[in-house]
Design a protein around this ligand. Structure first.
Ligand code: R5P
Length: 315
């Protein structure tokens, strides 16, 4: 194990190239040389161009759309590293796809988050590092060490600098109360909740607000923006209840379907996201503030590599 301390290597798949470069810059290590391309029939072709024998290797790959392609890339890269005799492999998933399928909400449905955990473990990883899982209990889907980071420290640092007066933090649904409560506590402001009943996988129905938002500036907090239905519907009911400016902060910028249009129409004062998922939509880039989690990831990787505690980063 002595060699491990001297041989930190960081690779990224195609999904997280920019983030991988930033993390390597923070760590002061060379970006791992890997090519991930396609065979003529579309199958994934991976070649690691660095010697990884005996190394402590981290692979950064978020599994957003195209989720299956990005996931499969990750699995093949892990297999490749294992066969190339890496000493220890850590899968770094800034965004863990399929996380919303974490339980049998009705009969005859899969628990795909567990299946994905099994696949990643079977491919040969020793550890997992991830950020703001949709449900914290997904940590237990892995029987190997998993470090679960929160983007909150990065967000809170920025929000404190905005110094928004008369603020209330709002969870857009009951499932997000824990996350929103932690933001409210750190910002030392009140908490409110949108009590929403879901009536289908694509449509939601907003019911009412628990708490007081009348005449207040609102910070809506969520783990992700997917179709932006949840947040735009929340904004509508918050305005009906007298909210003033509405800010949004969410960790994962999935932004599928017509999310960007919905966000535009919702007239948020500011939308703050992170780079766990890269934002390629040029229109969205003009009005969305992206905070980087690269330093947080880099520091965590450094500590894991040096067998130092990471718990102080989990604030
Ligand atoms: C729900 O439980 C999640 O925390 C998000 O609120 C939800 O997945 C966001 O999806 P959308 O943007 O499609 O409403």
């Amino acid at each position: 194990m002595i060699g491990l301390r001297n041989r930190l290597q960081v690779f990224s798949g195609n999904a997280s190239r920019d983030l991988g470069r930033k993390v390597c810059a923070k760590l002061g290590v060379k970006v791992g040389d890997i090519s991930v391309s396609r065979f003529p029939d579309g199958e994934i072709d991976v070649k690691i161009n660095d010697d990884v024998r005996g190394a402590d290797v981290f692979v950064i790959q978020s599994t957003f759309t195209p989720t299956n392609e990005n996931l499969m890339e990750l699995l093949i890269i892990i297999d490749c590293l294992r066969r190339a005799s890496a000493e220890r492999i850590t899968a770094v998933l800034p965004y863990f796809g399929y996380a919303r399928q974490d339980r049998k909400a009705e009969g005859r449905v899969p628990i795909t988050a567990k299946l994905v955990a099994n696949l990643i473990k079977t491919a040969g990883v020793d550890r997992v590092l991830t950020i703001d899982l949709h449900a914290a209990q997904i940590q237990g889907f892995f029987d190997i060490p998993l470090d679960h980071l929160y983007a909150a420290p990065v967000m809170i640092d920025y929000l404190k600098r905005l110094n928004i007066p008369n603020l209330v933090v709002v969870s857009p649904d009951v499932g997000g109360i824990k996350m929103a409560r932690s933001y409210a506590k750190k910002l030392n402001v009140d908490l409110a909740v949108v009590d929403k009943r879901r009536i289908g996988s694509k449509q939601t129905e907003v019911m009412h607000i628990i708490g007081n938002v009348n005449g207040k500036n609102v910070l809506l907090v969520d783990d992700m923006i997917s179709t932006a239905t949840t947040l735009s519907e929340a904004a509508q009911v918050l305005r009906e209840k007298g909210a003033k400016n509405i800010y949004v902060c969410a960790t994962h910028a999935i932004l599928c379907a017509n999310a960007v249009e919905k966000i535009t129409r919702a007239r948020f004062k500011e939308v703050i996201l992170t780079d766990t998922i890269p934002l390629h939509n040029s229109k969205a880039k003009q009005f969305i503030k992206i905070l980087s989690i690269a330093d947080l990831l880099g520091e965590t990787i450094r500590r894991i590599h040096n067998s130092e505690s990471v718990s102080s980063l989990f604030i």
